[in-house]
Ligand binder design. Structure first.
Ligand SMILES: C[S@@+](CC[C@H](N)C(=O)[O-])C[C@H]1O[C@@H](n2cnc3c(N)ncnc32)[C@H](O)[C@@H]1O
Length: 166
């Protein structure tokens, strides 16, 4: 990640062995209609976001990923119950969705992750708003980047710039 080294983080090389996602109302980003639909949500003058989205849509077309129609916590619990290869770090990632969840969904997600953590290497990464914004200079109205529940950075509503807290 740009700027990580300056903040004391050292990115390591890794290989993605599998990906899968869910949404209660998924959009197939690999189709022309899905790409146009997603592009329509970005204001026309936000050229940086358009460039990032266009790059992401290219990746989605070249490496399509299944996105199931499902609620987050039940779907994650089912996925985490599946066997996983040795030396695989499972990453549970979600962004700008928790603020729409009922409180039970957040509790069930955290419980599913904690239950699985005892059985496999696992990282829970999120880019989400928090109701309990940690103390400090960070704007509580902006999303936080969380690693295993700890807020390590803040970012803009739609991603960069990322400001690390340490
Ligand atoms: C603002 S969009 C963010 C989409 C995407 N995660 C991103 O970062 O670009 C919020 C998404 O959360 C989905 N959503 C809301 N409640 C959900 C739930 N309980 N389980 C799974 N997805 C949910 C909505 O359908 C919507 O696509």
């Amino acid at each position: 990640m740009k700027g990580c080294e300056a903040e004391g983080f050292s990115p390591e090389a890794f290989q993605v062995v599998d990906r899968r996602g869910c949404d209660v109302a998924p959009v197939d980003a690999a189709t022309e209609a899905g790409a146009a639909y997603l592009t329509s949500f970005v204001w026309p003058w936000q050229l940086d976001r358009h460039a990032r989205l266009a790059a992401a849509l290219r990746v989605a077309r070249e490496h399509p990923v299944v996105v199931d129609r499902a609620r987050a916590s039940a779907w994650v619990a089912e996925r985490l119950a599946e066997p996983v290869g040795e030396e695989v770090l499972t990453v549970v990632w979600h962004s700008v969705t928790r603020l729409y969840w009922p409180v039970e969904e957040t509790g069930a997600m955290n419980a599913a992750v904690e239950e699985a953590r005892g059985r496999m290497p696992l990282a829970h990464i999120a880019m989400e708003h928090r109701w309990d914004a940690p103390p400090g200079d960070a704007d509580p109205g902006m999303p936080f980047i969380e690693v295993d529940g700890e807020a390590i950075a803040t970012c803009d509503h739609h991603g960069p710039p990322v400001t690390f807290h340490r």
